[in-house]
Design a protein around this ligand. Structure first.
Ligand SMILES: [Zn+2]
Length: 316
């Protein structure tokens, strides 16, 4: 079976001469055309790999597990009956939001923003789902007012770095809010863990985990499924009731997997496996022919990029 990768030009992709995908594919970048994703897969495989190149923030989203996807598909909510597990492997510094922060951290951030704490009490322990329900059901005019004054103050304050949620909140606001309209997804910068991956580090996003890619280049490996429930930072349809139904509202610190430090990543799912290693099975001089023996359908990527020199093997 021969797989021909497909390019996706979503509006959040990198543009211009330094964009990653045209460089990888030896294409001439077109002015003002974003290159967001390269899809490596086929509907005959249960797994899909993507090289992603994000300049703008992607939507706040979650994916269903097997049971939810099956029942949601028959109810017409989902595109397909498959769950979606997702692994992101960084090819550059990569920033994302993933999973709820510990409640004490959320309370501290909330108290530090008078616009937010004046409008809505911070969550109590264990009450994150109800807290999100209240936030997302706010009247749009109230959300515009609260977030509008927060953004105004933060802009004046300035001087935020990529380590501050405020830096990303202002970026999300520039990209997704129009005129007086303020996207309710902006609330999530204070609620979700801000994760920074360095080249070669990876992060697993289980079904239900609420997340958003913010900026960076990486490889994503996932079940071959298109099932996404969005909560904000998007012009696409937002489905709050479904997010509240499938979302994982438990707080905690994010886990980072590292191929650089540990020498490998091994992950197994019900119908695919991911193995990433520093073995030099394919490292070869130009013109050298390397052989790879697979005992099942596999996607093999040989990565030599910046400080990362590794082999990613996805098999089903
Ligand atoms: Zn996702």
């Amino acid at each position: 079976m021969h797989i021909k990768p497909g390019i996706r030009n979503y509006d959040w992709g990198e543009k211009g001469r330094s964009a990653l995908l045209p460089q990888l594919l030896h294409l001439k970048p077109k002015k003002n055309v974003p290159f967001a994703e390269l899809w490596i897969g086929t509907d005959k495989l249960p797994v899909l790999a993507k090289i992603i190149s994000a300049e703008k923030c992607l939507s706040i989203q979650a994916h269903p597990n097997a049971r939810q996807a099956k029942s949601g598909f028959s109810a017409g909510i989902y595109h397909d009956p498959h769950p979606k597990n997702e692994v992101i492997i960084a090819l550059s510094e990569f920033h994302l939001l993933s999973g709820f922060r510990p409640v004490s951290e959320i309370r501290r951030l909330w108290a530090g923003a008078p616009e937010l704490s004046g409008a809505l009490k911070p969550p109590g322990s264990g009450g994150l789902k109800d807290f999100c329900r209240r936030l997302l059901s706010l009247d749009q005019s109230a959300a515009n007012r609260i977030l509008g004054s927060l953004v105004k103050r933060l802009k004046k304050q300035g001087k935020f770095t990529r380590r501050n949620p405020e830096y990303w909140l202002l970026k999300g606001d520039r990209e997704r809010s129009l005129g007086n309209f303020r996207d309710k997804g902006l609330f999530f910068f204070y609620l979700l863990n801000l994760v920074r991956l360095r080249t070669g580090e990876a992060h697993f996003i289980a079904p239900g985990k609420i997340h958003a890619h913010l900026q960076g280049r990486g490889i994503e490996v996932m079940n071959n499924s298109d099932n996404v429930v969005r909560a904000g930072l998007t012009a696409k349809k937002v489905n709050v009731p479904e997010l509240l139904k499938i979302g994982d509202f438990s707080p905690g610190k994010p886990k980072i997997l590292a191929v650089n430090r540990t020498g490998g990543i091994n992950l197994s799912f019900s119908n695919f496996r991911i193995k990433m290693s520093r073995e030099n099975i394919l490292t070869a001089a130009p013109g050298f022919e390397a052989r790879y023996e697979a005992d099942s359908a596999s996607i093999l990527l040989h990565i030599c990029y910046k400080k990362l020199r590794t082999v990613l093997e996805v098999s089903c």
